[in-house]
Design a protein around this ligand. Structure first.
Ligand code: PHE
Length: 339
């Protein structure tokens, strides 16, 4: 019987497996209730007294060897599983990482910045919470001036001097206060107006305003710049300037671009006229230059303001301005292919 036990011991020592079920079968075969070891223990009684010691030792040896083997194999199996969970299967194809999309407001804003930076305009930014001076007074809109009503304003209740900027012209005032001409800057940013929210207007929207100040800047320069812009932005260079009024520019104009009447949608967006209003502009009022410590007898300049949201809606056929601020991924995901 001792020989039989020794045979088992060699068998145990030689056994190896990395299969969970095989290891379990091995354990049951040796250590299970009806296993090899139990048979030997049961046989212990019938072993002659003189051999009991040697037999007992051999059985114990077998038991320990089997137990150790099971433990060692199980441990190896577990550490292998651990490694798998850290590294995964390195040969597996990679999981696709979902890419975000740029917001249509950013797409259009970047396009406008790109177009003006090609002709030497830099980008300036300023605070959205402004004081009265930078948003109104410096721009030739003194207190109680009726033109302030053109832009319904959110004031801070406890301090009427502080407000949410109604246009980024405020940034241009700051820029003129800090820089000497020649100045060529565009100011993109979010602006706020106390307006009823609908599909066409919101209480906040986005603008890019431009400012060019140097010696001898004329209305012709303004027109050329606008034409360059509409050509680059829309591929259309037929524009017209309609006289208008802004307190900070004189003369002032509204810019229309000829969109054409080729498709049904052209009819819709131009209300059957072919013309589309895209921005306001004018020659900077000498009073504004004076307010910003720029000598108005030496320098002149022009300014313009474009609404980004409207242009984004136009170019990307967005029917409702509120979609631009709802952050619905089903909407935003549609701009994936646009740079
Ligand atoms: N600030 C004007 C607005 O918000 C736009 C504008 C800018 C008009 C510059 C003329 C010149 O409506």
């Amino acid at each position: 019987m001792i020989d039989k036990i020794k045979e088992y011991i060699t068998e145990v020592e030689q056994f190896t497996s990395s299969d969970k079920e095989e290891i379990e079968a091995f354990r049951i075969r040796y250590l299970g209730k009806k296993g090899v070891l139990n048979d030997f223990f049961a046989a212990f009684k019938s072993v002659p007294n003189g051999e009991k010691k040697e037999f007992g030792q051999a059985v114990n040896h077998l038991k320990n060897a089997a137990q150790e083997k099971v433990n060692a194999l199980k441990e190896a199996l577990e550490s292998q599983a651990d490694q798998k969970s850290i590294y995964g299967d390195l040969t597996r194809p990679a999981e696709p990482i979902p890419l975000g999309a740029r917001h249509p407001i950013s797409i259009v804003k970047n396009q406008i910045i790109d177009i003006f930076s090609r002709i030497g305009f830099n980008v300036s930014e300023g605070p959205e919470i402004e004081d009265d001076w930078h948003n109104f007074t410096a721009l030739n809109l003194p207190e109680y001036h009726p033109a302030r009503d053109m832009q319904d304003t959110f004031f801070i209740q406890t301090d009427p001097d502080i407000l949410l900027r109604t246009h980024t012209s405020s940034v241009q005032v700051r820029y003129m206060e800090e820089h000497k001409p020649p100045i060529r800057t565009i100011s993109p940013g979010r602006v706020y107006r106390n307006e009823a929210i609908s599909a066409r207007s919101h209480c906040f929207f986005h603008q890019v305003e431009g400012l060019y100040i140097d010696k001898g800047v004329s209305f012709a320069d303004l027109k050329q710049t606008l034409q360059y812009f509409t050509k680059e932005m829309f591929g259309k260079s037929k524009i017209r300037l309609r006289p208008s009024y802004f307190p900070f520019t004189e003369p002032s104009a509204e810019v229309d671009v000829y969109w054409g009447l080729e498709t049904e949608s052209d009819y819709k967006i131009t209300k059957g006229t072919g013309w589309l209003e895209i921005m306001g502009c004018g020659m900077v009022d000498p009073n504004v230059l004076k307010n910003c410590n720029i000598d108005s007898t030496e320098y002149s300049g022009f300014a313009f303001g474009i609404g980004i949201d409207r242009i984004a809606m136009l170019l990307h056929q967005i029917p409702d301005i509120r979609m631009l601020s709802e952050n619905d991924v089903r909407f935003l995901g549609q701009f994936k292919s646009v740079l």
